[in-house]
Design a protein around this ligand. Structure first.
Ligand code: ZN
Length: 221
C-alpha cells in the first residue's frame, strides 16, 4: 500500500510538478496568502482541494473527525490555533466549515458512542453532541435525523468560531465572511448555507443568486 503511495508521488513529480514548476517555485518564495480557512471532516472521501479545484496555496486546511471547532477556552487548542493563525496573521477573507452527509462522526454520536470505541474519540465527539441533541425530533427517521444533525453541526461550529476573539474582531471589521457548506457524497455537490433563507441550497443555486455568506451564523435559542 505504501509503495502505491510512493508511486503516486512519483507520478505527481512527473506530471504536476513538471508542468507547474515555476508556479510552485513562486509559491515557495512568497509568504502564503490563502483565500480561505477550510475546516472539514477527516473523512477520506471529502478532499477540499479536489472538490473546489484549488491549487496549492489557496486553502488553509484543518481537518478533524466531524469538522468540529471546540469553543474558545476549550483545552483542545489545535483548531483554535489554526483559526488564530489564519484569521489573525494570514488575514484570510473567508472561513468555511464544511460537513458532509453520511458523516460517521455525527452518526457515532447519534448511536451513543461510548469510551469503549476509544476514550479520545468519544471525548472529541462530545463536541458534536449539541447538534445531535438539537435535531433529536427526527429520531424516528434515522436517515433524516442524520442529515439534519450534519446540517446543524455545521451551524453550531460556525457559531463556535465566533467565540474566538480574533474571529469576532475580523467579523466586526467586515474583514471576514463565514460560510457553511455540506458535501454530498452521492451527488458530489456542495450545499451552501443561505443565511437569508435559513436553509442549505446547492452551490449552483447559490451561484445563480449570488453567493451570500453565512454571517452572522444562526444563534441557537
Ligand atoms: Zn465526517
Amino acid at each position: 500500500m505504501v509503495d502505491a503511495l510512493l508511486e503516486g508521488h512519483a507520478q505527481f513529480l512527473r506530471r504536476y510538478v513538471h508542468d507547474e514548476r515555476s508556479f510552485l517555485e513562486r509559491l515557495a518564495e512568497e509568504k502564503q496568502s490563502p483565500d480561505a480557512i477550510f475546516i472539514g471532516c477527516s473523512d477520506s472521501r471529502v478532499i477540499p482541494e479536489l472538490l473546489t479545484t484549488c491549487m496549492p496555496g489557496q486553502l488553509f486546511v484543518v481537518r478533524n473527525i466531524a469538522n468540529l471547532i471546540p469553543p474558545h477556552e476549550h483545552p483542545h487548542v489545535s483548531v483554535g490555533a489554526a483559526l488564530e493563525y489564519a484569521v489573525g496573521h494570514l488575514h484570510v477573507p473567508h472561513a468555511i466549515v464544511c460537513g458532509h452527509y453520511g458523516c460517521g462522526g455525527v452518526r457515532a454520536v447519534m448511536d451513543s458512542i461510548d469510551a469503549s470505541a476509544g476514550a479520545s474519540l468519544a471525548r472529541w465527539l462530545e463536541e458534536a453532541r449539541d447538534a445531535v441533541d438539537a435535531t433529536r425530533e427526527h429520531a424516528a427517521t434515522p436517515d433524516v435525523w442524520w442529515r439534519r444533525a450534519v446540517e446543524e453541526n455545521v451551524l453550531v461550529q460556525l457559531e463556535r468560531m465566533t467565540t474566538y476573539p480574533v474571529v469576532a474582531k475580523a467579523l466586526e471589521r467586515g474583514e471576514l465572511q463565514l460560510h457553511g457548506w455540506i458535501y454530498d457524497l452521492f451527488s458530489a455537490e456542495i450545499q451552501v448555507y443561505d443565511a437569508d433563507r435559513g436553509t442549505f441550497l446547492t452551490a449552483s443555486e447559490e451561484l445563480s443568486g449570488g453567493l451570500p455568506d453565512a454571517t452572522p451564523p444562526r444563534v441557537t435559542p
